[in-house]
Design a protein around this ligand. Structure first.
Ligand SMILES: [Zn+2]
Length: 466
């Protein structure tokens, strides 16, 4: 055997050996590639106005006087093994307008290539936050002017935080769990033989249903076991406080406690369907802290318990349900209303007359944003716009919970008005009709409202379940 032949033989056997080694390594060792792992990234930004701003919620009618603690916008980005991404964005704000969320979504699509259905905005609905719009032009000039600076700045904060959460995407284990805390949400709609009554004292609120006391928790941990992000929800109006200082109310405190429990993590609060639900103890800072602590402890309990791993694909859908109105006033009626003794009626009439002037008509329906996300095979997240009442959560969970965990969030993408169920609409009261005075929509919704919303959700769930 010549030297060259011998060399070739040795080379061939070495090659075989190397191939065998590689196969053994491949079979025995874990796959360190990212091919089948989910990724997540989180980020947060302070959004507390640097100057005194006009308060909405209970502080409405006066400017802010300092802060209890900072307000935040936070983003949780996820990516499934196929590379499909989505981002859940939460904020300590009372609500967003359609224009605001759409502007940000457009920019996010342009910069980061995320389609609209993969971007979910939710606000905690804290009543101790700044307003971001002035639809009736009723703010004093000084504060209306401040909005012209604050709102574009806030939009940039949203875009920055979304960008950073996407930049922070890394392989993680994502899992979810849920827990029932000691509930502090009670209904302010008290049924009596004479109809719905509103009790002024928290101790006399109605503790019956519908309610949604389950706290859902979505968690991402990295390969070292460090908790990167915790997304959690609860359904209750953050109106523990009625002060003129910026504060996240109970969701703000819950997020702070959770971030203390899990140092280095970002905790994001998602408001649920708490339209008619209010805290059972109110008007003292200690109560806001106490509710926040109860919620944070519930989240910790959920995280100490059994986790369901997120596996499979991420699928998202977005749509709008056209909600009919009970009554669309004409120009004559609106002009008559300009003489009303009620300031709110006068303001709204002027607003609607302007709409006729600009668009030639008043829209006869209102487009309610709806969103659905399958985060893996076992978790369905449904996001509904408006001040969604608890009945929606109950109905959607009943319909879709047979083979998956269902998380229903209200206050998503836009807070345009209360979104009553048919029952609440028929009963009337604040959430059914009276509150509509304070929103830009001309009249309460027609009796088709619940059907339109549930049909819309059904279409989206169908789309992502195909
Ligand atoms: Zn509200």
């Amino acid at each position: 055997m010549g030297i060259i032949t011998e060399f070739t033989r040795i080379k061939k056997s070495c090659l075989k050996y190397l191939i065998c080694l590689h196969i053994v390594f491949f079979l025995c060792c874990p796959d360190y590639s990212d091919a089948d792992s989910w990724k997540a990234g989180a980020a947060s930004r302070v959004i507390t106005p640097e100057e005194s701003s006009w308060m909405v919620g209970y502080g409405a009618g006066k400017p802010s006087a300092g802060k209890i603690h900072d307000l935040y916008v936070k983003a949780f980005a996820i990516e499934d093994p196929d590379g499909t991404k989505a981002v859940i964005v939460t904020a300590d704000l009372i609500g967003l307008t359609k224009e605001f969320s759409n502007d940000i979504a457009l920019e996010v699509t342009k910069r980061f290539n995320l389609p609209r259905e993969t971007i979910l905005f939710n606000t905690s609905h804290t009543h101790c936050g700044p307003g971001i719009s002035n639809p009736f032009k009723t703010l004093p000039d000084e504060y209306a002017k401040k909005l012209e600076t604050y709102v574009p700045w806030l939009k940039n904060r949203y875009i920055d935080v979304i960008g950073e959460s996407l930049h922070n995407l890394e392989p993680v284990d994502i899992s979810f769990s849920s827990v029932k805390p000691v509930p502090f949400a009670v209904s302010r709609r008290y049924p009596t033989p004479e109809g719905i009554a509103y009790r002024s004292s928290p101790s006399s609120y109605y503790t019956g249903g519908p309610r949604d006391d389950i706290v859902p928790v979505l968690r991402a941990i990295d390969s070292d076991g460090a908790v990167k992000a915790i997304v959690f929800g609860y359904s209750c109006h953050p109106i523990t406080l009625n002060i003129d200082k910026f504060c996240g109310d109970y969701p703000g405190y819950a997020q702070r406690y959770i971030e203390e429990y899990y140092p280095g993590s970002v905790a994001l609060f998602v408001q649920g369907c708490g339209g008619e639900l209010v805290p059972n103890a109110r008007f003292q800072l200690e109560y806001a802290m106490g509710h926040g602590k109860a919620l944070a402890d519930a989240v910790k309990k959920a995280l100490d318990g059994k986790q369901i791993p997120v596996t499979g694909q991420l699928r998202c859908a977005y749509g709008e349900a056209a909600l009919e109105l009970q009554h669309v006033p004409d120009k004559n009626e609106l002009e008559d209303n300009l003489n009303s003794d009620d300031t709110f009626i006068r303001n709204k009439s002027a607003y609607l007359l302007k709409q006729i002037e600009n668009n030639g008509k008043i829209d006869t329906t209102y487009p309610c944003p709806l969103q659905a996300m399958h985060i893996g095979n076992d978790l369905l997240l449904v996001g509904i716009g408006g001040e969604t009442v608890a009945g929606y959560s109950e109905k959607i969970k009943t319909k879709y919970s047979s083979n998956q965990f269902v998380w229903v969030a209200g206050y998503c993408n836009e807070v345009f008005a209360y979104l009553p169920t048919l029952k609440i609409l028929k009963e009337g009261g604040y959430e059914g009709e009276r509150a509509m005075t304070y929103f830009t929509i001309p009249s309460p919704f027609a009796e088709t409202v619940e059907m339109r919303v549930l049909d819309g959700v059904h279409t989206l769930v169908g789309k992502i379940s195909e």
